[in-house]
Design a binder for this molecule. Structure first.
Ligand SMILES: CC(C)(COP(=O)(O)OP(=O)(O)OC[C@H]1O[C@@H](n2cnc3c(N)ncnc32)[C@H](O)[C@@H]1OP(=O)(O)O)[C@@H](O)C(=O)NCCC(=O)NCCS
Length: 129
């Protein structure tokens, strides 16, 4: 998996949260299922893009900034010019947080034939610094 990176938040014997990301390639199945805005495929192909695959914080520890901190560590550095992720539209507080963190809506997709629809969100490097 090109560009793999992971971040964890924890205490000595307790995993509080984690996330991982890989370089987006055209083999990502959700990409072939996606209905995206006309410019979006070109935007995704234009430069290396990081696919943020997982971001999870233990329910007892949410709302303390761990999610944002894990996110920021995952997207920092690397050669990628953008980050893409998929999120179920009703998945709060994640969906609203991504809007506030600068993500733009590119379209929708699914992860398998019987999966729910996900929003495809995109963040440019210029937005995260
Ligand atoms: C999404 C998730 C990782 C965020 O983790 P977190 O540690 O709570 O994140 P933060 O504390 O950094 O908060 C993120 C934002 O959500 C807001 N938020 C967090 N908990 C909230 C709550 N219970 N109600 C309303 N807003 C909340 C915070 O205000 C923050 O907004 P801001 O960054 O604009 O200030 C966490 O909710 C989670 O693990 N959810 C389940 C898994 C999931 O859905 N992951 C995302 C898949 S795409």
């Amino acid at each position: 998996m090109d560009g793999f990176r992971a971040a964890v938040a924890g205490e000595p014997d307790d995993l509080l949260g984690f996330g991982f990301a890989v370089r987006l390639t055209e083999t990502a199945r959700w990409l072939s299922r996606a209905t995206l805005q006309p410019k979006a495929f070109a935007q995704l192909a234009a430069a290396p893009t990081l696919w943020l695959r997982e971001l999870q914080v233990h329910p007892n520890h949410q709302g303390r900034g761990l999610g944002r901190s894990l996110h920021d560590r995952l997207v920092a550095g690397g050669a990628e010019e953008a980050v893409v992720l998929t999120v179920i539209p009703g998945n709060e507080p994640a969906r609203s947080a991504y809007d506030r963190w600068g993500y733009e809506l590119l379209g929708q997709t699914s992860h398998s034939y019987d999966s729910p629809m996900y929003d495809v969100l995109w963040l440019r490097r210029a937005t995260w610094g």
